[in-house]
Design a protein around this ligand. Structure first.
Ligand SMILES: Nc1ncnc2c1ncn2[C@@H]1O[C@H](COP(=O)(O)OP(=O)(O)OP(=O)(O)O)[C@@H](O)[C@H]1O
Length: 267
């Protein structure tokens, strides 16, 4: 992307587990303010890439910078100021089931700002809950009392607890019905627009790619084989890209997006 101000830079990344090499020579830049979709077949290493960027997976080789700061080889204490600036929604939402929604949102606040008093914690968490479109009375509820879509929103509320600049979302619409998924996409986009976030979004959801991603990075053959807008990717003749975007589901997603845009124009 021209005039890219990189928030994440990955160079020459190699990850392996025993004999299995997942990444080799992987490069990627995520630009400030964009929603970057990360796609690839199952097991191509999308989650391992995210885990490497957030420091949970130590790569064999390569360099990773977030906000211009190196990540690899630094311990938790050294990266605390960087970690405060990002929020993460792991696959499945990963809320603590024994804590209420409000208490879940307060977890990162307590971790990074242990001095905050309970009243302030309650006020911040209540604000984050409402910000994600949940009703205010969702705060005292436990995750098991919420629908799948509401749990995802609660996960986003927790990811937003520290007012991050960068949001990592690992398959946020997995398990949601199409309407719930479309609403979640709208939430992601509106948060990006209003808060100026940069979003690293792993997804299998073609509708999400069409509806909200500025660019898409494709993982295959152990690396990012292409990054670009969907029209740019469609112009490439890589077999996986062609099959993914031009297969029946890809064509349907393209038509759905076309209709959505037309409806917007005539509204
Ligand atoms: N901790 C680990 N130990 C051993 N192998 C692992 C570990 N984490 C990931 N792998 C392997 O690395 C490969 C990539 O996994 P990853 O979860 O990143 O794939 P993915 O692209 O996110 O897949 P999916 O789309 O199915 O979620 C898989 O073959 C997986 O089994």
């Amino acid at each position: 992307m021209s005039d890219c101000d990189p928030v994440i830079t990955v160079r020459g990344l190699k990850n392996s587990f025993g004999d299995q090499v997942v990444h080799e020579g992987l490069d990627l830049e995520v630009c400030r303010g964009e929603i970057l979709g990360v796609v690839g077949g199952s097991g191509t290493g999308k989650s391992v890439l995210m885990r490497s960027i957030i420091g949970l997976q130590v790569p064999d080789e390569g360099e990773i910078e977030v906000f211009g700061e190196p990540i690899i080889g630094r311990d938790d204490a050294e990266t605390v100021e960087i970690r405060k600036r990002w929020g993460i929604l792991f696959q499945g939402g990963a809320l603590f089931s024994t804590l209420t929604v409000a208490e879940n949102v307060q977890v990162p606040l307590r971790e990074f700002y242990p001095g905050l008093d309970q009243q302030l914690l309650d006020e911040i968490s209540a604000f984050k809950v409402v910000m994600t479109g949940l009703p205010a009375d969702a705060g005292p509820k436990y995750p098991a009392e919420l629908s799948g879509g509401m749990r995802k929103r609660a996960g986003i509320a927790r990811a937003l607890a520290l007012d991050p600049e960068l949001l990592f979302l690992d398959e946020p619409t997995a398990g949601l019905d199409p309407i719930g998924a479309a609403h979640f996409d709208e939430l992601t986009k509106s948060l990006r627009d209003t808060l100026g976030l940069t979003v690293f979004l792993i997804t299998h959801d073609l509708d999400t790619l069409y509806a909200i991603c500025d660019r898409v990075a494709v993982l295959a053959d152990k690396k990012v084989i292409a990054v670009g807008t969907i029209p740019e990717l469609l112009a490439l003749d890589h077999p996986w890209i062609q099959e993914y975007f031009k297969g029946p589901r890809g064509r349907l997603a393209a038509v759905t997006e076309e209709r959505r845009k037309e409806a917007e124009v005539t509204r």
